[in-house]
Design a protein around this ligand. Sequence first.
Ligand code: ATP
Ligand code: MG
Length: 151
Amino acid sequence: ENFLDNKYFNEILEDFKLSVGNKEVEINAKIEYRDVFLNIDRFLFTTAVFNILENAVKYGKEKVKITMRTELKNNSYEISIQDNGIGIPEKEYTKVFEKFYRVATGNVHDVKGLGLGLFYTNQIIKAHQGKIDIESKTDEGTKFIITIPTI
Ligand code: ATP
Ligand code: MG
């Protein structure tokens, strides 16, 4: 399957909700209901998105709020995932994609992790000729923006 049909993101979000456990998580989705042709490996792409969703819960506060948006642009498809967590300092934006890197501040000592999730996510998105950007504010939240070229 090399296209994302309009059910794809809803299925990811449904699977994600089942994996969350007992933390309170509110998910809002603004998904474009159109079939989009992207040259993607669905399994890998799902892993990439899942890692970001997982982090939203891990580095979130008491009540996690996630907003996922997809938008079809001229030559690309944009997927953004906004959380209301602890945030990532600007000087760490590129470092968090490095292998085994974890930000030393925040709740990193209470939360287990290897620092591999975003490394893999970035590798996967790059393998799809795409990119990931971060916009974040400390204590307010983080937005990950994935851009993938359309066919
Ligand atoms: P793993 O994903 O391998 O279990 P991890 O979550 O620590 O471990 P990454 O997902 O690669 O590793 O994230 C790297 C680091 O970036 C995290 O340790 C955390 O410090 C920071 N980080 C990632 N996502 C967020 C987020 N949504 N909000 C705040 N900090 C984040
Ligand atoms: Mg992670």
